[in-house]
Design a protein around this ligand. Sequence first.
Ligand code: AR6
Length: 345
Amino acid sequence: MPIKIVRNDITKIECDAIVNAANSSLLGGGGVDGAIHRAAGKGLLLECMKLGGCKVGQANLTKAYKLPSRFVIHIVGPKWKGGQNGERELLESCYHESLRIAADNNCESIAFPLISSGVYGYPKDQALKIAVDTITSFLIDHDMLVYIVVFDKSAFQISEKLFSDITSYIDDKYVDTHFIFNRSRRDEYGESTVLAETQILSDDFETCELQAPQCPTMGVPKAASLADMVNQIDESFSQMLLRKIDEKGMTDAECYKKANVDRKLFSKIRGDAYYRPSKTTAIAFAIALELSLEDTKDMLMKAGFALSHSNKFDIIIEYFIINENYNIFEINEALFAFDQSLLGV
Ligand code: AR6
């Protein structure tokens, strides 16, 4: 099952276990610890008092009292001391231990805050990367739905260089779209007036659609009956997906896990040749399969979608594919930075 990165208050997440970024006394504190104790009520504190504290990297399980989850897993993260003092290993151990204790208690879902990234000072982008990497490797051999609950947007800090590369790519593509549009309007009217009004674009596309029968690429032999045409139906999205998985020498599980897609959803797609996925799911599979831009567009078309230069989401996806960067979490960080919806979420 996938990782879902959500922006929320962890005390509101309905799942089997939520993880508390506690301190070694386990008697409550500020930040997420304070929020969890407040929402759970006094019962949680009374149970914690019996535990007698906890070391960094260790996990303790309690009931969740008034919280909508079944358990709270209390973990003490490392304090940031510059990064050369074993912080990374300790933080990884926090995630491993919490996941292990959740699996031992038959949890099917768990929600993590970004441990250590508040009062304990761990840089949020590094804390997020460690969370994603550790959880991803756990999920290779386990089935669990894992939420990473990000409280504030600064956890996603794509590098300035990547941000500016994507920004100029978006700018270029917008310019391209407008330039082609302006040129075609000039050709049509034989004038050289530059029409800069972007909102005319949509009217222009409509005109184009109305005139489609004259367009050579739209030509369909007149004699073909509807039945003939329907019988010539192309390979579907799921057929192409399964073919590409075989061609790439991947197993189904490797593919859907890399796509950050739920196993149940994958089974549905596998079992239904005409399954219509959402656009983000279709793109997530294209990324997992490391398809070229052309194949990605083909696969999307089979699901009824396109990549256009009229919206930022599509341009960002195109940017990553052209640069052969198929890391779904880096793509999601960039999408997040540009306020777009995330893949596989
Ligand atoms: N839901 C989700 N995330 C939250 C919430 C919330 N309700 N509140 C804060 N965060 P922190 P730490 C985020 O300081 O760094 C406590 O006093 C927050 O933005 O809670 O491990 C303990 O008792 C940050 O990204 O935990 C310890 O003394 C992340 O949760 C100490 O703080 C963790 O911030 C532990 O420090």
